[in-house]
Design a protein around this ligand. Structure first.
Ligand SMILES: *Cc1c(COP(=O)(O)O)cnc(C)c1O
Length: 465
């Protein structure tokens, strides 16, 4: 039998053929040659394995080469459409940035900035001054310092206050967040020794009191950001923890996690969640939280506390290693400016708008999207149903948001196939599978994403091939 591989046109003849002229005009020759070589290698392998017998002509080979070239141009880090309904999705980049934050980023990075330049004095300035005044204004804290993320904030705070000494933590708060932040490991890396007190479900003031000794450096309280405990439970509130610390001339550090500024009951109609004001007013000496959770800004770790304590942190050499860049500071400052007026922030910080979205409006949007998809994908069965979403990103454990989602089934195709097709499209739409259906929640679509969503999903639902 003739080996069909021998009928594949040669690389040189393909490059000289008409279908390749356009590609050679668009891409550098070396890239086209590389992509073509990969295409031909694959083709040879397929023919050799007996997977196909018809040898494609130059036009088809050019088409595959062109796909290969386009895939090579695609960036690794790309936009996706979040249709999971989880506003602070850690795998999907947590908080989307507001228009104001994006504009600030663009302004600061397109040219030069006063990152470390004091414009009033015409002399060297500090990057740490840029967001500090706004944090003081918004929270009443005496000082503020911004580092790379909340893990860095906790590491730095404990290193400064307790290196070579002991940090006392409740066993009920030895949490793991996002797979890689584990309280005992961070404490160890800070150079402090962890002293665990209480039990998984109950810790009492006396547990801390008894553990305090000459080697104690600080008392640490960690917010249980991503799970709840219920039943026979008790924990020591931050007020009481701070009081115990101060009575022993020690300091209390509160890892608050999500950095909520407003009172969630009034602002979002959600249950009480400890916020920044509460923690400071309760007497925590240092409060740390993330910039990209309920604050709705860029990835950052914020440390608030008395001015002289924060100054000590600023002088710690670790601060240099954990410092943030101008992109972070630009986006964070613009986000904080929105928070000067709570109503403005609730409407224009995307994560806040998504969390606070009105279920009636979500339902209408889901119905609109479903109608458009039904029109374009008559083979699909699409219903709009009530569902609950979570806030995500290590905030609001146990709280369920009322959502209205699209549940999609296509006869003859599995829900896994549909989910993968949405994920493979451009831009990818990230959904979930549940009970044999593909579930897409419009809560987390940005205001201008309906069009792209309908494009991608209707393409993924096609049955005519
Ligand atoms: C999210 C979270 C962290 C980790 O914050 P990153 O900004 O992701 O480093 C630490 N502690 C608590 C309580 C959290 O909720």
């Amino acid at each position: 039998m003739e080996d069909s591989r021998r009928r594949i046109p040669s690389l040189d003849s393909l490059l000289q053929s008409a279908p390749f002229a356009g590609l050679l005009e668009t891409y550098p020759r070396a890239l086209v040659v590389d992509a073509l070589r990969r295409t031909l290698d694959r083709l040879r392998a397929e023919l050799g394995a007996g997977g196909r017998s018809a040898v494609p002509g130059p036009t088809q080979i050019a088409e595959v080469t062109s796909q290969e070239l386009r895939a090579g141009e695609r960036r690794s880090l790309r936009r996706v459409i979040n249709a999971t309904g989880v506003p602070l999705h850690t795998n999907l980049g947590r908080a989307p940035l507001s228009a104001a934050a994006r504009a600030a980023l663009d302004e600061v990075v397109r040219g030069y900035s006063n990152l470390e330049y004091d414009l009033a004095r015409g002399a060297r300035g500090s990057r740490h001054d840029h967001c500090a005044a706004l944090f003081r204004e918004l929270t009443g804290a005496g000082g503020a310092l911004v580092v790379n993320n909340n893990a860095a904030a906790v590491l730095l705070a404990l290193n400064e206050l307790a290196e070579g000494r002991e940090v006392i933590v409740s066993r009920g708060e030895l949490v793991e967040i996002g797979g890689s932040f584990r309280v005992p490991e961070i404490v160890a890396k800070s150079g402090a020794r962890i002293v665990e007190v209480g039990t998984t479900n109950r810790t009492h003031p006396g547990d801390y009191e008894r553990a305090i000794g000459p080697a104690t450096g600080a008392l640490l309280k960690v917010h249980r950001s991503n799970f709840t405990v219920s039943g026979f439970v008790s924990e020591v509130a931050i007020e009481e923890l701070a009081e115990i610390a101060h009575r022993h001339e020690l300091l209390a550090v509160h890892d608050l996690g999500s950095g909520l500024l407003p009172d969630a009951r009034e602002a979002l109609g959600l249950p009480w969640e400890p916020n920044v004001h509460h923690s400071l007013a309760a007497g925590a000496d240092l409060v740390t939280f993330s910039g990209d959770k309920l604050l709705g800004g860029p990835q950052a770790g914020v440390i608030l506390g008395r001015a002289e304590l924060v100054d000590r942190l600023r002088r710690n050499p670790l601060t240099r290693a954990l410092r943030v860049d101008k992109l972070t500071l630009a986006a964070l400052e613009a986000t904080l400016q929105l928070w000067r007026d709570e109503a403005t922030a609730l409407a224009s910080v995307p994560a806040m708008a998504m969390i606070g979205a009105d279920p009636g409006a979500l339902r209408e949007r889901a119905e609109r999207l479903a109608a458009r998809l039904r029109e374009r994908s008559p083979g699909a069965e699409i219903e709009v149903v009530r569902e609950v979403a979570e806030v995500g990103g290590g905030s609001y454990p146990g709280v369920e948001l009322e959502s209205w989602i699209l549940r999609i089934r296509v006869p003859g195709r599995s829900e896994g196939e549909l989910e993968a097709a949405c994920r493979a499209a451009e831009p990818p739409v990230i959904g979930r599978v549940k009970e044999g259906t593909l579930c897409l929640d419009p809560r987390t679509l940005l205001a201008d994403e309906d069009e792209a969503f309908v494009e991608t999903v209707s393409e993924a639902l096609r049955t005519d091939e």
